[in-house]
Write a protein of this length. Structure first.
Length: 105
């Protein structure tokens, strides 16, 4: 299932597996410790954040330089995000064409 909703903000409760091109606005509720992982593209650093809005919460993977851009309590806008399923849970990712903007600290 692929659905492109680029531009229109999507509520977290409405996010489904396979969605791409998402714009999501929410608050960073927590950020895990940074981990070093091996990806198909080589070594990388990743941290897992919880992103919340009035409708719910979702896991957000922050990769490489995305990690330092946000902190707990920030209201952020994700653009061109996509949804993967990991351990039976939806999670948001930003690819190389994705963008994260801090709207409020």
């Amino acid at each position: 299932m692929s659905q492109d909703t680029f531009g229109q903000p999507v509520r977290i409760a409405d996010i489904k597996s396979g969605m791409r091109g998402l714009t999501v606005v929410g608050t960073i509720l927590s950020i895990s410790e940074i981990r070093n992982v091996m990806t198909r593209f080589g070594p990388a650093t990743v941290a897992t954040a919880r992103l919340g809005d009035e409708s719910g919460e979702i896991r957000l993977n922050l990769w490489r330089d995305q990690i330092g851009k946000v902190r707990v309590g920030d209201i952020v806008r994700l653009e061109n995000a996509f949804v993967n399923v990991f351990n039976y849970q939806n999670e948001l990712n930003l690819g190389k064409d994705g963008r994260i903007t801090v709207l409020s600290r």
